[in-house]
Each structure stands twice: as structure tokens, then as C-alpha cells.
Design a protein around this ligand. Structure first.
Ligand code: FMN
Length: 317
């Protein structure tokens, strides 16, 4: 009923993909998403080492036999070649790479029969990923959280503009968290939705209840959410200076510099890793439609039931 090229390609029931998460993108959440009919995603660098990744894949497989993916975030994941050894060894069917150019890894994965999806923030980079041979692209609009780009566009503009130019399936992310966003994304020509923040407010997500409450009670006009997400970095001198430093210092230090340049903040950054993650990416404007902590199954069922109701209303004219 919700068949798209993505559900066919990945062998999933619903065109819903769970986002990658630094720090907590592990099997408790990923297995629940896959089991509920979406594509759950383990984030390789959340497990730190290839052995850690292998053990978490085993934990996921003990909870579900449905398809799942592994994310490799280029700026943050260490030891990528050995992470890919584990991915191939364990028969992981889908890999999502994110940030920068990943065709070197994508080609190795595809040669072994793995589907390679690349996640980007701009239509320009989605076109490059297609030219480099990716099987599908995820485009995150400005409403979403994560790395921002000076030429990033809102989801409502980026997706239809991309679909006009790109032949491989486009997956929409950024501010999507309910049946309305789901239907909007599919109407714009996306073949699946990609959600981060909405999955953070589920019972299975291994973050504290304190952060889940911040998300469900949060107001999208609060500057912490609105300004942080909508203010794409200015391509100014400070931003360029930080971008040039990439690779010359440990990634954690570089990310803090990038964050300061983007947020124009000189404030102190917390030492605690989880505090740091949440300050860097406190959740997106999807909090507008995230008002209850539910199980992953309930979230997916609510989206699908709501989408079916919308479809029926449209059919009745
Ligand atoms: C706390 C947090 C950590 C994230 N860490 C990563 C990461 O390590 N790698 C990555 O590719 N995306 C990361 N993301 C981005 C999400 O995977 C996803 O692209 C984004 O949340 C989509 O927008 P949405 O929140 O509006 O659904 C993170 C997002 C959040 C909120």
C-alpha cells in the first residue's frame, strides 16, 4: 500500500527511515524501528570501535530479523575500512554514508551487494552523490537538525527541486514527524521520509527522559530550536577559516570550532558527552508535531493511520 522504489529496494514495509545519532544511535532504537516496519539505523561511531559495532549488530539481530542499516558519518566515524569489514561480514543490507564525499566506500559496499544511500544537506550535493553512483539520496532541509550548509534550503523547496533533477530515489528529511509531514514528503515526490527528532521522543530511544520532555514540551519558536535550525551558517570568513582547518586537529575539537562559528557563540561548551551532543543538535523543528512520548511502534502506526485517513479524505474530494 505504501510501495515506493525505496520500500522495494530496502525490503521494508513502510517508507520510513530512522536517522543517525552521534552517541546514542544504537540497537535498542534501530531494532524497534525495523521491527515496526521502517528501516532502523545503527550509527557506527556511536559504538566507537569495529568490535563494538559487531556486538551491537548481534544485539539488533537478536531482536529482529527485518532489514536494518548502518550509518557511517564521514567526519565522525574512525576506522571506516574496518567498520565496513564488519558490515560486510555481518551481511548488513543497507549503509547510509553522510557528510562529504563517500563514493570510495559506496563502491566497495555496492560491489558486495550492499545498498548505498548518501545523506546530504543540499541539492547540489545530492546531484553529486547521484553522479558518484549512490543508490538513493537523503536530503535534509533546513528545518532538520545536524550539519548545516550555507546553501541549504527548506524541505518544502529542496525536495521538489531535487526530484525534478535527480533520477535515483530521493528521501526527504528535516522537520518531518507526523502523518502530515509524511504525506507532504511523498506528495513532493520523495520515496521515503527520514526522521531524527521524532524518533528521539520514543520510549526506546536511549536518551534521558529529561531530554525527551524538552522535545515534547518544546516550542518551535524558542530560539534554541528556531534560530539554531533555521540560521544556516553564513559563508563568511570565520566559517571558511574553520572549514580549512578540518583534518588538522581531532574531530571533536574541530566540531566545537565549527559549532562556535555557526552559532556565533563564544559560550562555554559542556564536558559531558550527552550534554554536548544535545547542545550541538538539540532536536529540530519537528518538535512542533512531537508532543507525546510513545513507543516506536505507536509512532509509526500513528503516521500510517493518519496518512491513510488523509488519503481517504482526498479520495472523497
Ligand atoms: C542529537 C542528534 C545527533 C545526530 N547525530 C548525527 C550523526 O552522528 N550523523 C548523521 O549523519 N546525522 C546525525 N544527526 C542528524 C539526523 O540523523 C537527521 O539527519 C536529522 O535529525 C533529521 O532531521 P529531523 O530531526 O528534523 O528529523 C543527528 C541528529 C540529532 C538530533
Amino acid at each position: 500500500m505504501w510501495k515506493t522504489r525505496i520500500t522495494e529496494m530496502l525490503g521494508i514495509q513502510y517508507p520510513i527511515i530512522q536517522g543517525a545519532f552521534h552517541g546514542f544511535g544504537t540497537s535498542p532504537l534501530a531494532s524497534a524501528v525495523s521491527e515496526a516496519g521502517g528501516l532502523g539505523m545503527i550509527t557506527a561511531h556511536a559504538l566507537n570501535t569495529p568490535q563494538g559495532l559487531r556486538e551491537d549488530i548481534h544485539r539488533l539481530k537478536s531482536k529482529t530479523d527485518k532489514p536494518f542499516g548502518v550509518n557511517i558519518t564521514l567526519s565522525l566515524c574512525q576506522d571506516i575500512d574496518r567498520m565496513i569489514d564488519v558490515i560486510l561480514d555481518e551481511g548488513v543490507p543497507v549503509v547510509e554514508t553522510s557528510v562529504y564525499r563517500a563514493d570510495k566506500y559506496g563502491k566497495r559496499l555496492q560491489a558486495a551487494g550492499v545498498k548505498w544511500i548518501h545523506k546530504v544537506a543540499t541539492v547540489k550535493h545530492a546531484l553529486s552523490a547521484e553522479a558518484q553512483g549512490a543508490d538513493a539520496v537523503v536530503i535534509i532541509g533546513l528545518e532538520g537538525t545536524g550539519f548545516k550548509n550555507p546553501i541549504q534550503l527548506p524541505t518544502l523547496i529542496a525536495i521538489p527541486w531535487a526530484v525534478r533533477q535527480i533520477k535515483i530515489p530521493v528521501i526527504a528529511g528535516g522537520g518531518i514527524g507526523d502523518s502530515h509531514g509524511f504525506m507532504a514528503a511523498l506528495s513532493m515526490g520523495a520515496e521515503a521520509v527520514y526522521m531524527g527528532t521524532a524518533f528521539m521522543a520514543t520510549k526506546e530511544c536511549p536518551i534521558s527522559d529529561h531530554y525527551k520532555q524538552i522535545l515534547v514540551k518544546g516550542n518551535p519558536t524558542d530560539p534554541k530550536f528556531r534560530d539554531r535550525n533555521l540560521a544556516s551558517p553564513k559563508n563568511d570568513e570565520e566559517y571558511s577559516r574553520v572549514m580549512e582547518k578540518k583534518g588538522t586537529m581531532p574531530d571533536e575539537e574541530w566540531l566545537l570550532e565549527l559549532e562556535k562559528a555557526m552559532a556565533k557563540s563564544t559560550g562555554e561548551f559542556p564536558q559531558n558527552e550527552m550534554e554536548m551532543i544535545m547542545q550541538f543538535a538539540p532536536g529540530s523543528l519537528a518538535i512542533a508535531v512531537t508532543d507525546k512520548i510513545v513507543t516506536v511502534k505507536e509512532l509509526i502506526e500513528n503516521i500510517i493511520t493518519g496518512a491513510e485517513a488523509i488519503r481517504q479524505r482526498w479520495a472523497m474530494g
